[in-house]
Design a protein around this ligand. Structure first.
Ligand code: PAF
Length: 279
């Protein structure tokens, strides 16, 4: 497994792979890898001959300095966790120009970022789309894999790729849960045992909503309100509970189209997100 920290060396190697006729996949991550990330690598392997995993904690997508500083950085452990599952790691020390005049060019999807995490974390998606666009320019992959745990992120990246003509196929990978239902996240490691137990209310609320819809519920506002109540009763501090149109990511009142129930909530100071498709 090759490890690159330099953008030019990464690009040269990726180009040599493509010149040799190999299809290159990129799995962008912020490290602290877990089984959810490894499932993205598996999906990438099914779509390409060469798999590159990027590991970079992107400062521009954090809206709170304490969250950025608390984010785990464990490159050596990540390399061990990958255990050769990827062909190359791109772990730059920095992705941004730090001289004068400073970096000032940003990529932003305007409408899809107005709701959910885009509304709750101002500037978050601008940081995500900008750094992912930079990764795409450095690695020049044929395909990139994004997990549906970050559902809005995946949709925003697809929109960016369409709008800016990146010749890259975006592959969605299913969300992975622990046996008890908790969506896998690098942030789970920061949960106390009590907070982790409380956090199960998120997936339980999502599953209850799915069951209610399967039983004929169509009032989206009532379904979302029920999910919110379940998380709050368990001790979660809700950031948002929204039932949104799958295409626009805007809140809906009636379940008359494909929709997504998305939840963001804090447990013991740790912000978790999760979602479920409802149809
Ligand atoms: O999903 C993440 O881990 C990050 O948002 C990403 C896509 C690696 C960009 O920093």
């Amino acid at each position: 497994m090759r490890v690159f920290t330099d953008k030019r060396a990464m690009r040269a190697w990726s180009r040599s792979e493509r010149a040799a006729g190999r299809r290159v996949a990129l799995v962008p991550t912020m490290g602290s890898l877990h089984a959810g990330h490894l499932s993205l690598v598996d999906v990438a392997r099914r779509h390409a001959d060469t798999v590159v995993v990027s590991i970079y904690v992107n400062p521009t997508q954090f809206d709170r300095a304490d969250d950025l500083h608390a984010y785990p950085r464990e490159l050596d452990a990540d390399l061990a966790r990958l255990g050769g599952a990827a062909d190359a790691i791109f772990a730059p020390h920095d992705m941004y120009f730090r001289g004068e005049p400073p970096h000032e060019t940003w990529v932003e999807a305007e409408s899809l970022t107005q709701t959910l995490c885009g509304a709750a974390r101002p500037g978050h998606f601008r940081g995500v789309t900008t750094v992912v666009a930079k990764f795409f320019h450095v690695v020049e992959p044929d395909v990139a894999v994004f997990g549906d745990k970050d559902y809005q992120q995946r949709r925003v990246i697809e929109r960016m790729v369409r709008d800016l003509d990146f010749p890259i196929e975006i592959v969605a990978a299913p969300l992975v849960r622990d046996a008890d239902g908790l969506a896998l996240s690098s942030r789970n490691a920061r949960l106390s045992p009590d907070a982790r137990t409380q956090a199960l209310s998120i997936s339980r609320a999502l599953f209850a909503a799915r069951d209610a819809v399967a039983d004929g519920a169509t009032d989206a506002i009532a379904v979302a309100a029920d999910a919110r109540a379940r998380v709050e009763v368990a001790g979660g501090r809700v950031d948002y509970v929204e039932l949104v149109d799958d295409a626009t990511l805007r809140p809906i009142a009636h379940l008359d189209r494909p929709a997504v129930l998305a939840i963001a909530a804090y447990f013991g100071g740790v912000r978790l997100i999760d979602n479920i498709r409802l149809s």
